[in-house]
Design a protein around this ligand. Structure first.
Ligand code: SF4
Ligand code: SF4
Length: 476
């Protein structure tokens, strides 16, 4: 029989990480790179988001940037739709829908958002990859950090921070490109002709990215993100979580690799499948030991599953000592995928999405605002007529220039004095000073309801109304 071989993965300096200690950020976390199914899945979920983030500001729609949050003009352009301040309730609505989707996903599959798609996770993964590229593997990085300063160390650290800053700058300038036209922003930034605010925001987001993804990393998830704190209350016994199978793994213990899948015997006590290699701890971006049970620091990235599966393969043990599972499944009970809480979330999301879709489809890209002249209630002309003054604001919220007709109704024989047909450019507001004149005999009350209406001349179905009041002298 050949001599049992030692597992190569057990190259751990116990001084680096104490796996039996709960999270302690006092020590720097040196994560070990790992390959496996979940690592690939993270790449496949992270890359499309990353590409979308950098690509979207460069998309055009009808000759303008397709997605542009124009804060000074208080207009959000999203594809062919322009959202005005009066549409912002829809944005709030959208955020509520997104929150409910996140809650439903959390109840079903735990923190998959954190582990796979959260920008903090995606950007940190890229920064970690750069770190590996410039400073080497985990052990090489530990060694490098312990070394005295040398030309090699300086070159590696400079390369790492240079690449981090470069990527952070591209991120910063792209992010600002969602708020100011990116095609103008990029040349202006490099030519020194951008405005001061643009430089300030690019600098802010560059530094925020560099610090968050390069230095703070898991600290953001643990101490700054509120989701980490409340997600645990959303879990139930059927929520998918990354778990260590304690019954199968304990008592843990190092051993030599054998050709059999049988656990070894340690004195009187049979050992579990955990060989205590600590690889699951070394790959964990938050530096925790999943063998201690579910912890709020776990972002469900599943890298520990890949790590442990690789060890199980080497040991010829069955995979899945650490796996995606549920508390019920671990306790030998049946897992219920469809449950009342999930059905309630799904129903709420379906209703909210339907209401949002109907609101969006029936939204009229036109608005009218009416301001009464508050300096005087009414004016009596030499002919004895009663006059009220208003400022009518016609807002063209469509993507095309338009021509509109304004009218008023509500009192018999009311006379409209002012422009009643106006041309308004796309995205513009046109103010019309208007006087309304009426014979006092027509007034049945001192103050009467009137309605201003604006109609799109090209499309008569596009119209908006606005209520106001007409006030006369003391009515007898
Ligand atoms: S314990 Fe596992 S799943 Fe949780 S953060 Fe660490 S590596 Fe990821
Ligand atoms: S759970 Fe798996 S990866 Fe972690 S120490 Fe045990 S055998 Fe190693």
């Amino acid at each position: 029989m050949s001599k049992p071989e030692k597992i190569s993965a057990i190259e751990v300096d116990p001084a680096d990480i104490d796996p039996f200690e709960t999270y302690n950020r006092g020590e720097k976390i040196y994560t070990r790179a790992i390959e496996g199914f979940f690592q690939k899945l993270r790449v496949y979920t992270g890359w499309p988001l990353l590409i979308a983030f950098f690509f979207i500001p460069w998309m055009n729609w009808d000759g303008r940037q397709a997605v542009l949050f124009d804060l000074p003009a208080r207009q959000f352009h999203v594809l062919g739709i322009t959202f005005w301040p009066q549409d912002f309730f829809m944005l709030g609505w959208l955020l509520i829908i997104a929150a409910f989707v996140l809650f439903a996903v959390t109840v079903f599959a735990g923190r998959v958002w954190c582990g796979y798609t959260c920008p903090q996770t995606v950007w940190t993964s890229i920064f970690m990859w750069v770190e590996e590229l410039t400073e080497g593997s985990r052990n090489q990085r530990i060694k490098l950090d312990k070394q005295q300063w040398s030309a090699n160390k300086l070159a590696r650290k400079t390369a790492k921070h240079g690449l981090w800053l470069g990527f952070a700058f591209i991120t910063g300038v792209t992010f600002v490109g969602y708020f100011t036209e990116v095609k103008q922003l990029i040349p202006d930034t490099f030519l020194g002709t951008a405005d001061l605010w643009s430089y300030a925001w690019v600098l802010f987001f560059t530094l925020a990215t560099y610090i968050n993804a390069g230095w703070l990393r898991e600290m953001v998830c643990l101490h700054m993100c509120p989701y980490a704190r409340f997600q645990a209350v959303m879990f139930d016994s059927d929520t998918l979580v990354v778990s260590y199978d304690e019954k199968r793994g304990e008592p843990r213990g190092a051993r030599k690799r054998t050709k059999t899948a049988q656990p070894l015997v340690d004195g009187e006590k049979e050992r579990g499948d955990c060989v205590d290699c600590k690889l699951c701890v070394q790959v964990c971006p938050t530096g925790i030991d999943i063998r201690h049970g579910l912890q709020y620091q776990c972002i469900t990235c599943a890298l520990c599953i890949d790590a442990c599966d690789s060890i199980m393969d080497k040991m010829n043990y069955q995979r899945g000592l650490i796996s995606y599972t549920t508390e019920n499944s671990l306790n030998g009970k049946k897992t219920k995928l469809v449950r009342p809480r999930l059905i309630a979330y799904a129903a709420a999301i379906a209703i909210m999405v339907s209401v949002f879709a109907v609101t969006l489809i029936t939204r009229v890209p036109l608005n009218i605002d009416v301001e009464r002249d508050r300096s005087r209630l009414y004016f009596q002309t030499n002919e004895g007529m009663i006059e009220n003054s208003y400022t009518i604001k016609v807002m063209n919220m469509s993507q095309q220039d338009g021509r509109y007709t304004v009218s008023v109704a509500g009192i018999n024989n009311i006379k409209y004095i002012g422009e009643n047909t106006v041309s308004v450019a796309s995205g513009e507001v046109y103010s019309i000073p208007v006087r309304l004149e009426i014979d006092p005999k027509e007034l049945t009350e001192q103050s009467m309801d009137i309605t201003f209406t604006v109609v799109d001349d090209a499309e008569q179905t596009v119209s908006k109304d606005k209520e106001s009041r007409f006030t006369g002298p003391q009515w007898r």
